[in-house]
Write a protein that binds this ligand. Structure first.
Ligand SMILES: NC(=O)c1ccc[n+]([C@@H]2O[C@H](COP(=O)([O-])OP(=O)(O)OC[C@H]3O[C@@H](n4cnc5c(N)ncnc54)[C@H](OP(=O)(O)O)[C@@H]3O)[C@@H](O)[C@H]2O)c1
Length: 320
């Protein structure tokens, strides 16, 4: 495309990033999508099939731990969306997540600095906001809150620590390098998958339907649809007033409620029927504020549609 905007998406094959790429292509952007192995069609073939990909998607071989590969990938771009970070229910070795999150973020920012990219949108997480055992119970959780690194370390919550520290790092380097950084902090992300394999967050829903569990956690899941998360990232670049961090959360539902909704729509699956634990974990929606992000996304995809579309996409791909 001549004269259009050029965006780089770091970690383009991921669940969230694939939707960012799809929406950027749809808006006429030229996209540099970084992947670790452009020839791996099982992992990245879906990107090549997106409308507009043939003309305007360039898959670049890059790893967040390889600075030179990032310099090549971000060259000539108006904006970089840095989404890459491993996501897993548990990390045994802290470095498995801390290293790509911290060194990776530093490399991305230094590459942007070198190539004079002035706008970065960073994918942080609700995990960088909401894990703080010292947070007063009666106080609303919003963008002013930070997860407590000491508690993360003490309880070996390495993913939460990595998201908290890498978000602080990206903001610090943004100030240092004169790069305008906008941060999106999504909670638990659901919605249709574009990639061929189930990612961690959608996997938790798949496990409620596929008969692999007999019990379910007594917890609230704060939820948001992947399509809204992608919109928020793009608005974080396109909206001239976008600034700072955005808590990206649409609703919060008990796991039990999610099972009831799913059962009503998809009665053919075998659901867990025992609740684990007496005390409810997680955060109910009354304790959350999503006011700030409503300036980027006017309206969230409704909860039921989010769940139904998640399952429909898994069925369509033969993953259930
Ligand atoms: N899903 C959620 O509920 C959720 C909620 C809040 C925040 N987030 C954040 O959103 C981002 C994307 O998550 P996702 O749910 O889309 O997960 P995903 O589908 O598992 O994607 C993870 C992405 O990170 C890349 N990556 C992982 N380890 C890497 C490494 N060592 N070096 C380079 N790249 C690496 C992957 O690249 P390859 O394709 O090369 O493996 C992939 O592009 C992450 O930053 C995550 O923390 C996710």
């Amino acid at each position: 495309m001549e004269g259009g905007k050029r965006a780089c998406v770091i970690g383009a094959g991921g669940f969230i990033a694939s939707w960012i790429v799809a929406k950027l292509l749809d808006r006429g952007y030229t996209v540099h999508g970084t992947v670790r192995d452009p020839d791996d069609d099982e992992k990245y073939g879906h990107l090549k099939k997106l409308p507009g990909a043939g003309e305007r998607l360039l898959l670049c071989k890059a790893d967040v731990l390889d600075y030179d590969s990032l310099v090549r990938a971000v060259r000539g771009c108006d904006v970089v969306f840095h989404t890459a970070c491993p996501v897993a229910p548990k990390f045994e070795d802290p470095d498995d997540v801390l290293k790509p999150a911290m060194d990776g973020t530093r490399n991305v920012m230094e590459a942007c600095h070198k190539e004079n990219v002035k706008r970065v949108v960073f994918t942080s997480s609700g995990a960088a906001i909401a894990y703080n055992p010292n947070h007063p119970q009666d106080q609303i959780i919003d963008e002013s809150c930070w997860s407590d690194p000491e508690s993360c370390r003490k309880n070996q919550h390495w993913y939460m620590l990595a998201k908290t520290e890498s978000e602080k790092l990206v903001s610090k380097l943004g100030d240092e390098f004169g790069i305008h950084v906008v941060v999106i902090c999504p909670v638990f992300v659901l919605g249709p998958i574009l990639q061929s394999k189930i990612n961690t967050s959608v996997g938790i829903v798949a496990n409620l339907l596929n008969g692999s569990k007999t019990s379910y956690p007594n917890t609230f899941y704060a939820l948001v649809d992947v399509r809204d998360v992608a919109e928020a990232h793009i608005a974080g670049y396109e909206d001239p007033n976008a600034t700072g961090r955005y808590f990206c959360v649409a609703c919060s539902k008990l796991c039990k409620e999610m099972i009831e909704t799913l059962k009503a729509k998809f009665p053919q699956y075998s659901y867990p029927d025992k609740c684990e634990g007496e005390t409810t974990q997680g955060i109910s929606f009354e304790k959350i504020s999503n006011k700030k992000i409503l300036s980027l996304i006017k309206e969230f995809i409704p909860y039921e549609k989010m769940l139904v579309d998640t399952v429909a996409s898994l069925q369509e791909k033969g993953l259930l």
